[in-house]
Design a protein around this ligand. Sequence first.
Ligand SMILES: Nc1ncnc2c1ncn2[C@@H]1O[C@H](COP(=O)(O)OP(=O)(O)O)[C@@H](O)[C@H]1O
Ligand SMILES: [Mg+2]
Length: 424
Amino acid sequence: MESVQATKQRFGIIGNDKALNRAVEKAIQVAPTDISVLVTGESGVGKESIPKIVHSLSHRKHGKYIAVNCGAIPEGTIDSELFGHEKGAFTGATQTRNGYFEEADGGTIFLDEVGELPLTTQVRLLRVLENGEFIKVGSSKVQKTNVRIVAATNVNMFEAIKKEKFREDLYYRLSTVEIHLPPLRDRGEDIHLLFRKFASDFALKYKMPSIRLSDDAVLILQKYRWSGNIRQLRNIAEQISVLEQTRAIDANALRSYLPNLGDNLPAVVNQKKNEGDFSNEREILYKVLFDMKSDLNDLKKLTLELMKNDDSDQVQNENESLIQKIYGNDEEQEQYQEELEEQMEVLHIPENYENNTPTPTSTTEDKYSFAEEIEEEETLSLQDKEIELIKKSLERHNGKRKAAAEELGISERTLYRKIKQYNL
Ligand SMILES: Nc1ncnc2c1ncn2[C@@H]1O[C@H](COP(=O)(O)OP(=O)(O)O)[C@@H](O)[C@H]1O
Ligand SMILES: [Mg+2]
């Protein structure tokens, strides 16, 4: 069996992190079998090399390897792309066409962003996995194919199953073996190792000496969140290589290239990120704050309701103490407000947002009045922000949806839907 080191070298995988090595080792171990593999991990962690390893070290290595990005194919054509169609199956189907599952017979198919597959396509895929059977769109003839499937996802599949966006039976079929790639932030010394590798690559490419990081810059590199993982690290190494005059990069110089430095809300941001639509961490924080606020508003309404319905002294007292619990005492309120302001400052949230933020007050009247008025306003400004982000990204990429979607951290299909929805 090929060694982990040799495989990493062959596929250009840099790093010595334990979890990374384990992932490569697992890929080597399952390769000779026909077992389905699900590769999981955040965007940019290097999921794409795993199916290549699996294919190259399998008995299918002389067969075809086809990589399909399920998130990039419009819902209307995905069945036809994967399974083919008969002539006349739909308008424009002037000829019979073979799908990837027919083309890859005897080889391997990599289904990237598999969580994006429409439910109807999931049914077809399940059938292929169960008995190798599929039917072209517009046909009634059952065909056979012998394909090994490796899938990848950066979304939480259990969430998707809970929301009924992904079939549970298909998930278990796909993930007979799961290979998880760790996020860059958890890979310790690998971070600097990768940076040096990219720095030397770009030095070669742009024909200048390689940039070097000072010790304090290395520390920053290691503490940063790297929400875009290795893809982001490489972009930043390239930017610095090209834009900096001097080749010795200190902490200050490095800092100016790292967005959202000082973001210390990893848990919340991380969870929201998986939901997909807000790539920029600041945007996510807006959303989190607003979600929190609307929860609070609900609570307030409920409390008010309770108070209206019963005015006996005892209940009144209980309500007062409930309110105390929800809002805390004056001191706690002040502290909460300060923390909120601090976080907003760290994230450079503009002042007017701050003004919209309800300050918990101690008079009972004030507590209920602001809720409805500002709710709509917030949704609108959030939407504006999203539209603006999408527009800017599209401009930056000359209208190329694929690149824009990648930058925004959403699927091409989601972007397409938003463009339609907002009439962009
Ligand atoms: N361990 C690694 N060593 C070197 N380059 C890597 C490594 N992992 C990922 N990359 C590079 O980072 C980029 C993102 O990897 P990719 O496989 O596309 O990520 P994902 O599919 O998980 O979003 C690619 O350009 C890839 O070559
Ligand atoms: Mg990818």
